[in-house]
Design a protein around this ligand. Structure first.
Ligand SMILES: Cc1cc2nc3c(=O)[nH]c(=O)nc-3n(C[C@H](O)[C@H](O)[C@H](O)COP(=O)(O)O)c2cc1C
Length: 187
């Protein structure tokens, strides 16, 4: 195993999961990060919970999954700040058009968008959506704006989409996503 391959060992990786069909793939991303020795903390949006259960991601990450900003917690810690500070890298996969738009416009109205706002760690978005949504000029403009602020993007693939059409919008492969995180950590 070369140095880059071991770089995830002991690193704190925050995985943001936003609402889209590709949410089920976040399970394999969390599993792959754990296999490489990372500590994984998952933040889900309320809408992501319509697609995959927190229980699945809690079990795979071996950590509590955070969804609700105002949930009663045992400790007095301010969760979005502790997670934001703890993160060595932050990956949002899948990234919905909505979360991309919110972050691009400084909106922090839930746990995921607020934690992204509060972190100094590298933030990587892996978008997944219908091809017409992805090519929409507003989405593309939001991506361009976020890139100009230093946010990283892993482009979606061309292929058969869950909505039945063909086009660019399919979440990048888990392997590619892991490699990009490793690359970011090695900089
Ligand atoms: C069946 C279904 C599939 C969806 N798939 C996607 C998707 O792949 N990408 C996306 O950006 N939005 C998708 N959406 C729409 C989002 O769930 C919606 O924009 C939501 O507001 C996103 O919220 P969030 O970003 O807070 O998770 C889908 C909605 C439904 C009902």
């Amino acid at each position: 195993m070369d140095k880059k391959e071991e770089i995830l060992k002991g690193k704190n990786i925050v995985v943001g999961v936003s609402g889209g069909i590709a949410c089920y793939k976040s399970a394999s991303i969390v599993g792959a990060l754990k296999k490489k020795g990372a500590e994984v903390y998952v933040i889900m949006t309320k809408n992501a919970r319509e697609f995959i259960t927190p229980l699945t991601l809690k079990t795979l990450s071996e950590n509590d999954v955070v969804c609700d900003m105002f949930e009663e917690r045992e400790s007095a810690e301010v969760k979005h700040i502790t997670l934001a500070e703890k993160a060595d890298a932050f990956i949002i996969a899948p990234a919905s058009a909505n979360i991309i738009g919110k972050v691009a416009h400084g909106i922090a109205d839930d746990m995921l968008s607020t934690t992204i706002m509060a972190t100094k760690s590298p933030v990587i978005f892996a978008p997944a959506m219908n091809c017409n949504m992805y090519s929409n000029a507003i989405v593309q403009d939001n991506i361009k704006k976020l890139k100009s602020f230093g946010y990283k993007f892993i482009s979606p693939q061309n292929g058969h989409l869950a909505c039945g059409t063909e086009g660019v919008g399919k979440l990048a492969d888990t392997r590619k996503i892991i490699e990009e995180i490793e690359e970011e950590l090695s900089l």
